[in-house]
Design a protein around this ligand. Structure first.
Ligand SMILES: NC(=O)c1ccc[n+]([C@@H]2O[C@H](COP(=O)([O-])OP(=O)(O)OC[C@H]3O[C@@H](n4cnc5c(N)ncnc54)[C@H](OP(=O)(O)O)[C@@H]3O)[C@@H](O)[C@H]2O)c1
Length: 329
């Protein structure tokens, strides 16, 4: 129980079971606050959380640059995971999914520069490029491992078939995919079976349903005008209303236990034995989330949770149509 350093899969990589999703500190979720985010990143270490999740496209680049400030002078205490494979120009213009070896090799140099480090602990392919054989992409990543620029290789949003092909070229240490009480498709589409069979660590992103499961978002107006979630079908119209009803059920169970719905949602992922990277830009939520690692859910509570949040419970797709079609399924 509690936050501990654990093996992420069987490749040798060790991370705190609860990580910290840093995306919202720089992009997508409304207002940012650099000093509060840096304070949260410092507090994370005190709480035993060393596993930081970022990507070149967050900002673009702003989030990696923010992390460089946080880890300065104590780089070896953190495990930094960043991602490539969704191309952005040096000026930050989005170009689309690109898993070509040339791009991967260019991107790592830029990420190392922005992070002000000479190695990345875990380098993920953010989205799978349908026009580049995954073997070629992973071949380039394997060269980066050999060169000491990255320690471990990860994939994000990859299908079982892609995971197997990639793993045959070079061991894949981690798979990152959305997983929460709201989004349980990995339980049914072969992804969890595949990673468990191959000894690949599973990292649950958006474990709070992008904040919905916290119970703090009660109306679309709680989100800033430029908040990306306004484009997410789950936060729109009738879907929002129906999803809020599910959150009310989760809240009811958490209140009975004397914990918050966020803690319930995180304890549920951790108890399954997976890593979770809840995102927050503030110390208050970080402390609350860290305490989830001390919570044990009983068989009765797990059964009640299954009853109110079965697979497929959330209304609406988890991305707008164009982003849904960029998922490798
Ligand atoms: N691989 C991918 O394609 C992919 C996609 C999405 C995300 N990710 C990664 O996964 C990380 C986590 O996902 P996420 O940030 O999308 O979603 P999330 O962790 O499900 O939710 C984050 C949201 O919940 C709020 N929150 C956190 N703790 C809370 C608490 N205790 N009480 C109330 N609200 C709370 C945050 O608020 P504040 O921001 O106000 O603190 C933020 O709005 C990201 O940071 C990113 O690194 C990866």
């Amino acid at each position: 129980m509690g936050i501990k350093n654990t093996a992420l899969g069987s490749s040798g990589l060790k991370v705190s079971n609860l990580g910290l999703g840093c995306m919202g500190m720089s992009a997508f979720y409304g207002e940012t606050n650099e000093s509060e985010s840096l304070a949260a990143l410092e507090l994370a270490l005190d709480l035993g959380i060393n596993f930081l999740d970022t990507a070149e496209i967050y900002g673009p680049f702003k989030n990696e640059i923010l992390l460089s400030k946080a880890v300065k002078g104590k780089r070896d205490k953190y495990v930094i995971a960043t991602k490539t494979g969704v191309e952005v120009d040096d000026d930050g213009t989005y170009k689309g999914v690109n898993g070509k070896p040339e791009y991967i090799k260019k991107a790592i140099e830029r990420s190392l520069k922005h992070l002000e480090t000479d190695y990345v602990d875990l380098y993920y392919i953010h989205r799978i490029d349908p026009n580049t054989p995954i073997e070629d992409t992973i071949g380039a990543m394997a060269e980066l491992v050999k060169a000491g620029k990255i320690r471990y290789i990860g994939l994000s949003e990859a299908s079982p078939e892609t995971i197997r092909k990639a793993h045959a070229v070079h061991p894949v240490s981690a798979l990152q995919t959305e997983y929460s009480l709201f989004e349980r498709s990995v339980e049914e589409n072969g992804i969890l079976d595949t990673v468990n069979e191959l000894g690949i660590g599973f990292v649950a992103y958006s474990p709070l349903g992008r904040g919905f499961l916290s119970g703090e978002i009660k109306s679309i107006d709680d989100l800033a005008a430029d908040d990306w979630r306004r484009q997410n079908p789950r936060f729109q119209g009738d879907n929002f209303k129906k999803n809020l009803e599910v959150v009310e059920e989760v809240k009811r169970i958490s209140e009975k236990k004397g914990i918050t719905p966020s803690q319930l949602a995180l304890a549920w992922v951790l108890q399954k034995g997976y890593s979770a990277i809840p995102g927050t830009k503030r110390r208050k939520y970080l402390e609350e989330n860290a305490a989830a690692a001390d919570i044990l859910l009983s068989q009765e509570e797990l059964a009640e949770i299954d009853k109110v949040t079965p697979p497929g419970v959330a209304s609406g797709e988890r991305y707008p149509p164009a982003s849904m079609s960029a998922l490798n399924r």
